[in-house]
Design a protein around this ligand. Structure first.
Ligand SMILES: CC(C)(COP(=O)(O)OP(=O)(O)OC[C@H]1O[C@@H](n2cnc3c(N)ncnc32)[C@H](O)[C@@H]1OP(=O)(O)O)[C@@H](O)C(=O)NCCC(=O)NCCS
Length: 297
């Protein structure tokens, strides 16, 4: 509820490990299942390319936000939390402004973050702060990891990177995805060097048409396995028409089957030909979508 009283003074500073008790307390019921902040707190406080900011009122922590400067020009904001007792008085706004100032000083030119399509509070706060929705993604998961027969999909070889990059530059999906890929719930710009890294690490699948031209790409990662301690794999980026995606995901399923992976988290831009192919292959559609917001700084 919006406070009728005079707004208290909000200070924003770098987080300290001694803030943990107060922060964990007000994060206890962020979501119905709790919050992940206690799991990442110690690691975030030590990050070289990241920072946690804390807002205080009368020296008591009442809100946090985290940022990481992924590439010199881009900053990713996450974990905006305001103590339920202090909402609607400008806490998140004050912390976000501090994050943007800090990132700008570090040379970042663009700030991004993600929120669920049904998070009305966050979306309203972001709009007020001048962020614009730039792309919509979904996470579709399946535990049906079976052996499937694919036809024209294979792992990308290093000498094919240039052809894939040419394909991406003209791709409608790449435009629709605002040129972004994701690892866990963190979106990054997909530049040529990112593609090269995925290819080198054997984490890319391409589809070729009858003429032998590239017409689809899937990038994968096992970050979900490491971070969530599951035997899973995720897609980081999917591109192609229905048939290309259908074939690449069958290839991925077989590869995961051979590796004993139990679940695939299918992260993709919310583009109908792709989500339809995933659904056809047993991926469950989510209740809400992920909206990536962006603001120049
Ligand atoms: C989203 C959240 C961080 C906002 O924090 P906050 O400190 O209350 O936000 P602010 O006071 O800075 O709000 C700024 C503006 O956002 C909008 N806003 C914030 N909460 C709103 C709500 N519940 N309904 C509608 N608009 C809202 C308003 O326009 C508000 O300005 P106003 O109060 O002058 O009208 C807070 O609700 C929260 O912690 N939610 C749970 C965690 C979460 O969803 N985090 C975001 C993940 S992306």
């Amino acid at each position: 509820m919006k406070s009728e009283h005079a707004k208290p003074k909000i200070c924003v500073r770098k987080a300290r490990s001694s803030d943990s008790e107060a922060v964990f307390k007000f994060c206890e019921k962020t979501w119905s299942w709790g919050d992940y902040i206690p799991k990442v707190w110690d690691r975030w406080l030590k990050e070289k390319n990241g920072r946690v900011f804390v807002a205080t009122i009368n020296c008591v922590p009442v809100g946090i936000s985290h940022l990481s400067i992924d590439k010199p020009h881009e900053v990713w904001l996450s974990a905006a939390r305001t103590d339920p007792k202090y909402r609607r008085i400008g806490v998140a706004t004050a912390i976000t402004k501090k994050c943007l100032e800090y990132a700008k000083r570090k040379g970042a030119k663009v700030a991004r973050l993600v929120t669920e399509s049904d998070n009305t509070a966050a979306r309203a706060a972001l709009q007020k702060l001048g962020f614009k929705p730039t792309a919509e993604f979904v996470e579709m998961a399946t535990e049906d990891v079976s052996k499937e027969k694919s036809k024209n999909s294979q792992r990308v070889e290093e000498n094919e990177t240039e052809a894939i990059w040419d394909y991406l530059k003209n791709s409608e999906t790449y435009r629709k995805a605002a040129g972004l890929y994701t690892v866990l719930y963190h979106w990054f710009s997909l530049e040529k060097q990112d593609l090269e890294r995925f290819v080198e690490r054997r984490k890319t699948i391409a589809h070729k048409n009858e003429m032998g031209d590239m017409d689809g790409l899937t990038m994968i990662d096992d970050a979900t396995a490491q971070e969530w301690r599951e035997n899973t794999m995720q897609t980081c980026y999917i591109d192609g028409d229905y048939d290309a995606v259908f074939d690449m995901i069958k290839f991925l399923k077989s590869r995961c089957y051979a590796l004993g992976v139990k679940k695939i988290h299918g992260f993709t831009c919310n583009h109908k030909p792709i989500t339809t192919a995933l659904e056809k292959l047993g991926f469950e559609p989510p209740d809400s979508t992920e909206i990536v917001y962006e603001r120049k700084i």
